[in-house]
Design a protein around this ligand. Structure first.
Ligand SMILES: Cc1cc2nc3c(=O)[nH]c(=O)nc-3n(C[C@H](O)[C@H](O)[C@H](O)COP(=O)(O)OP(=O)(O)OC[C@H]3O[C@@H](n4cnc5c(N)ncnc54)[C@H](O)[C@@H]3O)c2cc1C
Ligand SMILES: [Zn+2]
Length: 616
């Protein structure tokens, strides 16, 4: 008799429930799979408890017993011992019941770049260890990434004719993380040769049942479901699941009605949940027909404001343009900031850029100010977003807020680490890199959140990325530009450049790049400012001539400032010969300096002037 023949003979089989969360509830907090070696009896007792509750099939305690996951505990060299012990314990407990060797997905819910090659290596090793022992089948479970599951299932199918159960985890009702409908995912797994296809983990019966309503009965496979007990709560520093196993009694019938033939539990479930399933379904046959619900197609609409919005990067491709950074204040009074924004608007700039807590110190929220600037001054705002201050939840909520405020221009940057700022103990989040942030923003333009959830509208963001031409090897910086383009960057904004030769070198190194580059120009305000930048800011080097020129006015702040403006104007002239975009950086809220530079550019560079009169 095999598991599959049992299923073929119109039986509903009951699987076991959670292993990991049960061990956690008993106080284990290390590597659950290691317990196969050190706490054999405890694992045996858990298996027995599930069997006594009515399970027809149990899983080996090997969910994470592969190289990639054991490596976190320094146990990567014990893959064989751990899997071997797991099967032996389960086999002893199961007696005549089925034992399946469980292998869990490696890629989690967070976008995870564990390469497929590593996954394959890790998977093969664990699979061989399990197959060498006496298992009745293989259970592949908790796969968020369909590509990963398809890859490992293909391997497993070639290696064994034993029954294979292949289960994905829901992202939301009806869908995988990459927006593949669950019905398509399960049919692909069936086509690769899985004997049982289904769902496990992350969500409970409610979401799984709604999903299964849209899933037809597979033709050559059987359906399985291993729901979580509930959503978890976090209380007193511990994760907890609702313990109400009676709820699973009613659910058992609903799963049966959806055509499920193998029913077990995942996180938070206990022997009591499995008993609820088994006692309700004991004498019932599975359904052989079902009505499948068709999902209503949602229409994703283009953002209302997109139709009449011309992105900065489109404008700058045609004519030169100037954007100016004016950073939100560190204090609550925003009057000088607003005066500056108004003066810059009058000087004819194309956009105001607002940093995101630059140098990792808190400032008035740039999106709040950016929104006020747009609505009160009718001046385009370009807000910077760092990966430092917001986790994936905060980042996405922030993007939705920007969209709501009609802000479409974003500069996506890593962000100076918290250690350089006013709160060195604060955490630097970095859930995503600047590359991934660019991609995430572009996904919003498809109307999808990071996890593939529909946003109901497409955003109209254009994404700038940072470019640092001041590093020693310009080629490396250019490589990063190319990579950022591959991730979706529409244009670049550079760190300030302080030498004409550097401008020329930068032009030469980037002239093949077909995305606009805004070259940074920042007026020096004093000799001390020049020396600080030269000596203390990574990557920035001033030429001797510039330092000498500023040094001559060490004791005369007014003259030093004038000299700084002269230097900036000269750099501006060169930059405007070479680049279409200019990015003026306002030092210390001294907007009169960037106003003067913007006016100078207008007066001295006809192409910019021409565009102004065209727009007028
Ligand atoms: C125009 C502009 C605006 C900025 N605005 C802000 C802001 O609002 N708030 C803020 O906190 N910070 C801001 N920064 C600073 C920025 O976040 C940091 O300078 C960051 O280290 C570089 O940003 P990035 O996203 O381009 O980094 P990336 O290019 O993604 O680089 C990420 C990491 O790789 C390293 N790296 C970069 N180039 C190379 C290379 N060639 N080889 C090897 N490693 C490399 C970097 O040091 C960094 O640690 C801004 C920078 C620029 C240029
Ligand atoms: Zn689970």
């Amino acid at each position: 008799m095999s598991l599959v023949t049992d299923l073929e003979q119109n039986k509903i089989l009951i699987g076991d429930g959670a292993m990991g969360t049960l061990l956690y509830s008993y106080g284990s907090d290390f590597c659950y799979e290691e317990l196969n070696l050190s706490q054999e009896e405890q694992i045996y007792n858990i298996h027995r408890a599930y069997l006594d509750a009515g399970a027809d099939m149990i899983q080996t305690n090997t969910y994470a017993a592969n190289y990639s996951k054991l490596e976190r505990y320094g146990l990567q060299d014990q893959v064989k011992e751990i899997n071997k012990a797991a099967v032996q314990i389960a086999r002893n407990a199961a007696r005549s019941k089925y034992v399946v060797g469980t292998i869990g997905g490696i890629r989690g819910i967070k976008p995870n770049s564990t390469p497929l090659d590593e996954i394959k290596r890790s998977f093969r090793e664990q699979l061989y260890c399990l197959l060498m022992e006496n298992v009745d089948g293989i259970q592949l479970e908790t796969y968020y990434d369909l590509q990963e599951l398809e890859t490992v299932l293909e391997i497993a199918r070639k290696e064994t004719s034993l029954p294979i159960i292949a289960q994905v985890s829901l992202q939301e009702v009806g869908f995988m993380q990459d927006r593949t409908p669950i019905s398509d995912a399960l049919s692909r797994l069936e086509n690769i040769g899985a004997d049982v296809v289904g769902l496990n983990c992350r969500l409970g019966p409610y979401h799984m049942l709604m999903t299964l309503e849209e899933v037809p009965l597979p033709k050559r496979a059987f359906l399985s479901a291993f729901p979580n007990a509930s959503l978890p709560s976090y209380t007193d520093g511990r994760f907890k699941y609702e313990g109400d196993a009676d709820y699973f009694k009613e659910c058992a019938h609903l799963f049966r009605q959806q055509g499920v033939r193998l029913l077990g539990g995942c996180c938070g479930t206990t022997p009591a949940h499995i008993h609820a399933f088994s006692s309700e379904l004991k004498n019932l046959e599975p359904v052989t027909e079902k009505e499948v619900k068709q999902r209503k197609r949602k229409i994703v609409i283009q953002s209302a404001s997109k139709s009449n919005y011309t992105p900065l990067c489109e404008e700058v491709k045609k004519k030169q343009s100037i954007i100016v950074e004016l950073d939100p204040p560190r204090k609550l009074d925003t009057s000088r900031f607003m005066e500056g924004a108004k003066a810059l608007k009058e000087a004819g700039i194309d956009a105001l850029t607002l940093a995101d807590n630059s140098l990792a110190s808190p400032r008035v929220c740039n999106s709040a100010l950016g929104s006020i600037v747009q609505s009160q001054l009718n001046l385009r705002s370009l807000v910077h977003i760092t990966c430092r201050d917001r986790n994936l939840i905060g980042l996405q909520s922030h993007l939705m807020g920007l969209h709501t405020h009609g802000i479409h221009e974003i500069l996506a940057v890593t962000g100076d680490p918290a250690s350089v700022g006013d709160f060195p103990g604060a955490s630097s989040v970095y859930d995503v890199t600047s590359f991934e942030l660019i991609k995430l923003i572009k996904q919003f333009n498809q109307g999808l959140s990071l996890s593939g959830k529909e946003l109901g509208e497409k955003t109209a963001f254009t994404v700038g990325a940072a470019f640092n031409p001041n590093i020693r090897s310009i080629d490396k910086a250019v490589e990063r530009l190319e990579k950022k383009i591959a991730y979706g960057a529409d244009y670049f904004i550079s760190q300030p450049v302080f030498s004409e030769q550097k401008l020329i070198d930068t032009y030469e190194a980037t002239k093949h790049i077909d995305k606009p580059i805004y070259i940074g120009i920042m007026p020096l305000t004093s000799s001390r400012n020049a020396e600080f930048l030269h000596h203390e800011v990574p990557g920035i080097k001033l030429s001797d001539t510039v330092r000498d020129r500023m040094g001559k006015h060490k004791d005369d702040p007014k003259q030093a400032c004038k000299e700084g403006l002269l230097i900036a104007k000269s750099l501006l002239d060169t930059a405007m010969e070479l680049f279409n975009g200019i990015y003026l950086i306002t030092p210390f809220m001294r907007y009169e300096l960037t106003v003067e530079l913007a006016q100078y550019a207008r007066a001295n560079h006809p192409s910019l002037l021409a565009r102004r009169s065209q727009n007028a």
